[in-house]
Design a protein around this ligand. Structure first.
Ligand SMILES: Nc1ncnc2c1ncn2[C@@H]1O[C@H](COP(=O)(O)OP(=O)(O)OP(=O)(O)O)[C@@H](O)[C@H]1O
Length: 246
């Protein structure tokens, strides 16, 4: 369902991703962890082409992107439909109600009628426990609620894979738990997910697999508990020791 081959990314002379390869099955939940600056967010941003790679290929649900070919607008739109993205900073439109935030992309991207889009939006708001917020503006919602709305908005385009870029980093721990609970439900429902996270508990208990990155490389790639408890490389051991106090 998702395959990354020999992906490289440089900003000027700074090589941030160095020959990254991995693949994922449909329904798999992969957490990407690692020290700050190791390239986790850049990898995720390459997956939906917010950053263009310097080398390698990415295939998502049958659509292959080659680093040396610029995507046409139509291909980019197709890719963005396949890969829903949730950011650290929610990115909701402040001047639109919660319902409009979720309905408008469906009308623009999928050509749904307003009635159809609103029906789907309300069902998704129900799913993330926020149907009572439909008529409110985002500023009236807490950070955790805004992030759950952002998840509903991404789901509204029926993505094949959901990409999460540190979705709880901007939230108080307690509120972050609400968001993680919604993500766990999604995972349990079979959604394919890639989650860049500093939440080690989520990585260990919810994801099927952990990729541990350092300095632009994948150092460890395996079942979550195995990587978290028995990392092979010294660098991974040091990182996990520091973040888990084990
Ligand atoms: N647009 C950019 N221009 C130049 N350098 C960048 C850009 N984006 C990221 N970098 C650099 O790439 C490296 C990897 O950044 P990235 O955000 O991918 O790391 P990360 O592992 O997600 O870190 P964190 O956990 O702190 O978010 C860092 O050295 C960063 O400064």
């Amino acid at each position: 369902m998702l395959e990354v081959r020999n992906l490289r990314k440089a900003f000027g002379t700074h090589e941030v991703l160095k020959d990254i390869s991995f693949s994922m099955r449909k329904g798999e939940v992969v957490a990407i962890i690692g020290p700050s600056g190791s390239g986790k967010s850049t990898l995720l941003r390459c997956l939906n082409q917010l950053e263009s790679a310097s080398g390698g290929t990415i295939t998502i649900d049958g659509l292959t992107i080659h680093a040396d070919h610029r995507l046409r607008r139509q291909e980019l739109m197709a890719l963005r439909r396949k890969a829903g993205m949730v950011f650290q900073s929610f990115n909701l439109f402040p001047h639109m109600t919660v319902l409009r935030n979720i309905s408008l992309p469906q009308e623009r991207v999928l050509g749904r009628s307003r009635a159809e889009a609103d029906k789907r939006s309300l069902a998704l708001l129900e799913r993330v426990g926020l149907v009572d917020k439909a008529g409110q503006y985002p500023a009236r919602c807490s950070g955790g609620q805004q992030q759950r709305i952002a998840i509903a908005r991404a789901l509204a385009l029926d993505p094949q894979v959901m990409l999460f870029d540190e979705p709880t980093s901007a939230l108080d721990p307690e509120v972050g738990l609400e968001v993680l609970a919604v993500m766990k439900e999604l995972a349990d429902a079979g959604m394919t997910m890639v989650v860049v996270t500093h939440e080690m508990h989520f990585a260990e208990t919810v994801s099927d697999r952990v990729l541990l990155m350092a300095d632009g490389h994948i150092l460890e790639d395996g079942p979550s508990k195995e990587v978290m408890r028995n990392p092979k490389s010294e660098r991974a051991k040091r990182f996990l020791h520091a973040v888990l106090n084990r």
